[in-house]
Design a protein around this ligand. Sequence first.
Ligand SMILES: Cc1cc2nc3c(=O)[nH]c(=O)nc-3n(C[C@H](O)[C@H](O)[C@H](O)COP(=O)(O)O)c2cc1C
Length: 174
Amino acid sequence: MSDVQKQTPPISAEPTSADFRKAMGQFPTGVCVVALETEDGEIAAMTINSFVSVSLEPLLVCWSLHNDSGRFDLFAKAKRFSISILSSTQGEQAVAYASRADYNPRESDFDKSASGLPVVQGALATFECSAHTNHPAGDHTMILGKVTGISGGADDAAKALGFYRGEFVSVPEN
Ligand SMILES: Cc1cc2nc3c(=O)[nH]c(=O)nc-3n(C[C@H](O)[C@H](O)[C@H](O)COP(=O)(O)O)c2cc1C
C-alpha cells in the first residue's frame, strides 16, 4: 500500500444526485437477487445492491426498494422473501433481473428452498427472510427482513459478483 497522502478533493456544499451517485460508485458492493413467490405461484425477482447486514440478535438484514418500482407493492408487502448473493459467473442473471422490460424469471435460474421460497440456483449464499419492518427513506423504502434460514457461505474458492463504479466486477479479481 502506498504511503503517499492524496489531497481530499473539494467538498461540494450543495451535492446533487449526480455527485452522490458518482461518489457512491467508489464504494464497491456485492450483487444480490431478492426473490419471492406471488399469490399466483409465479416467481418475482429483482437485482439489488443495497443489501446490508443489520443485527445479530435477532438476525436482521435490510435492502432498499425504489418507491417508483413497477412492483413496489409486491416486494414491500411480501410476507416472505429470499436474498441470494450472486457469484461472479452470474452476471447474466444480475442483468436479467434488473430489467423492467421482462418481469418473467427463467424457472431454471431458481431452486425452491425447503420452506418453499425461490432462491437463485448456484448463489454463493442465500438468506430466507420473513418481513420485519419497512421504513420510508426518501425515494426508497428500507425493507428489513428477519432471517429464518441460511444456506451456503462456506465455499471460500468461489468468487462474488461485485458492482463498482457502475460496472459488474469479479471479487476477488484473480
Ligand atoms: C447492480 C444493480 C443494483 C440495483 N439495486 C437496486 C436496489 O437496491 N433497489 C432497487 O429498488 N433497485 C435496484 N436496482 C434496479 C432494479 O433491479 C430494477 O429497477 C428492477 O429490477 C426493475 O423492475 P421494477 O420496475 O420493479 O423496479 C439495481 C439494479 C442494478 C443493475
